[in-house]
Write a protein that binds this ligand. Structure first.
Ligand SMILES: [Zn+2]
Length: 61
């Protein structure tokens, strides 16, 4: 995963579980969290892969 920095604190974001509420999904994904201010960020690559995968699973049920 690429390095991301908090735009406010300019510190490196750490990996963290990020809750994403999306349509019927309310899932934890591996996102990024600022150790200083606690802002959470879900990188687009996670959205494109993990979230898309969950959607596929839901649709096939
Ligand atoms: Zn921050």
């Amino acid at each position: 995963m690429a390095d991301w920095y908090c735009f406010k604190d300019n510190v490196k974001l750490e990996e963290a579980d990020v809750v994403l509420s999306y349509v019927l999904l309310n899932e934890f994904f591996t996102g990024l969290k600022c150790p200083k201010c606690g802002v959470q960020y879900l990188p687009e690559e996670v959205v494109m892969t993990e979230v898309a995968e969950k959607e596929k699973q839901l649709e096939s049920k």
